[in-house]
Design a binder for this molecule. Structure first.
Ligand code: SAM
Length: 172
């Protein structure tokens, strides 16, 4: 288990940089969300799993600071447009999370992640747009058994992060 760094007496920026030493090898990206609270919640959860970076792609408004519980100050946030995002991530594998009719998506339960993935999520209304789905190395869906077709964005992010971490822990 990694030893937690001693963060007492550090500024928020120093904390962010110190956390870089123990961050996990995955990043999170969300496209187009207009829901301030969801975005705050995504940042809070991504911090709890020590994401390397959080990409906020084409996010018009931003995030609700109270919903991050202050964790946004410790995170590597990139507010970018789609082109900047694709430029920054280069050849890193993008795993798009989406459950929509007609997509060739894999069941997350049996999915093995590549090294250093970027987990990409879409907005509340349209989901992940086609120009980013085209760049994904895989599309995965989280199975659901109820009548509704999708999870709330922040809930989907929480489940995906737990799944990534569990599979890493167990070498799956
Ligand atoms: C509320 S959903 C929006 C879905 C959108 N209405 C659509 O039809 O594509 C917001 C985002 O959460 C993620 N999501 C929600 N449920 C999911 C599921 N069952 N599997 C994978 N991703 C999911 C996706 O990234 C999705 O773009």
């Amino acid at each position: 288990m990694t030893k937690a760094p001693d963060l007492e007496n550090l500024t928020k920026d120093e904390i962010r940089l110190t956390l870089d030493e123990v961050r996990m090898p995955f990043s999170i990206a969300v496209w187009g969300s207009t829901n301030y609270f969801n975005m705050g919640s995504v940042i809070r959860t991504s911090h709890c799993f020590l994401a390397k970076e959080i990409f906020l792609i084409d996010i018009p408004g931003g995030f609700y600071k109270k919903a991050t519980m202050g964790t946004h100050k410790w995170e590597n946030l990139h507010k970018v447009n789609s082109l900047e995002f694709l430029d920054l991530v280069g050849n890193r594998p993008i795993i798009a999370f989406e459950k929509r009719e007609g997509l060739d998506a894999k069941d997350l339960q049996y999915f093995q992640y590549p090294q250093d993935p970027i987990l990409l999520f879409g907005c509340e209304k349209e989901g992940v747009p086609s120009h980013l789905l085209e760049r994904a190395s895989d599309i995965v869906y989280i199975p659901m058994w109820g009548l509704h077709n999708d999870f709330n964005l922040a809930v989907a992010v929480g489940m995906a992060l737990y799944d990534w971490r569990l599979k890493r822990e167990r070498n799956l």
